[in-house]
Write a protein that binds this ligand. Sequence first.
Ligand SMILES: NC(=O)c1ccc[n+]([C@@H]2O[C@H](COP(=O)([O-])OP(=O)(O)OC[C@H]3O[C@@H](n4cnc5c(N)ncnc54)[C@H](O)[C@@H]3O)[C@@H](O)[C@H]2O)c1
Length: 269
Amino acid sequence: MERFLEGKGCLITGGASGFGRAVAYEFGKIGADLILVDINEELLYETSKNVEKETNQKVIPIVCDVSDAKQVKQMTEQSFTELDNVYILFNNAGTGTSYGVDILKIGEKAYDLTMNVNLKGQWLIDKFVCRKMNRQKFEPLKGKVIHTTSIAGNIVDPLLPVYSLSKIGVIGLTQLVAKSLAPYITSNAIAPGFHVTGIYGNREDIMIQTMKDANVKTPLNRIGMVQDVVDLMIFLASHRSNFITGHIFPIDGGIADVGVAPNTLKSDI
Ligand SMILES: NC(=O)c1ccc[n+]([C@@H]2O[C@H](COP(=O)([O-])OP(=O)(O)OC[C@H]3O[C@@H](n4cnc5c(N)ncnc54)[C@H](O)[C@@H]3O)[C@@H](O)[C@H]2O)c1
């Protein structure tokens, strides 16, 4: 594939694992220098070393809790010192808590943790990184922001209530940032369905059980692969998506729009 990210910096949050890690390998292979941000220090250093070895690109690991403004500010300063630009921001770190607990029974601590990482975290990252991205000289776009929401943000999932709320918020954030940064920076989001990553303990059986519990039906009749998300990310990072901003891209085998979304009433199936 054409090395279209040569000379471009990419900052990936949640870069130690799952989608962030897989995208790091792929973006490195097509020429990007990388900042990988994560709270899991051990895994972050391991991933960064492996990505650097496989891609021969510059890979800078920065340990940072995305929900902490002070840490995000410091991380941003360091990122723009290590690399001379951040052309792609993959605002992706996320967490899920309290699976199966009713929205009216969730504890305040669990609510705060999920909202602070998934929504406040993406907002803080946009706030600090985009300010500097906006001063870059690239044309026609100065940079691209890609958030990670979820199909649980399109159709609320009662088994993941606060997670759903946070991902609805990310959809709003994506659109607000798109308005705020047009016409020089685009802001879009990916909305994955069910893919085996760290949030399922990297276990296919746990993910399939979760889908069964919620009566999910996937029109394309297979589980999601991390590579499906990587392929979409390549498009969103390339010039071929330059006229797209403020949009949410489901990558779910058709579950949300033409399948049976999580926890649809049994009588509707
Ligand atoms: N896997 C799926 O099926 C799926 C579906 C829809 C959306 N998502 C979203 O995809 C994104 C990536 O998750 P994933 O599936 O690759 O899971 P993952 O657990 O493999 O990766 C998430 C990463 O985020 C990091 N992280 C968590 N809290 C953090 C914090 N406070 N600060 C910095 N880093 C933090 C974790 O350490 C981890 O490395 C998340 O936003 C998640 O909600 C995943």
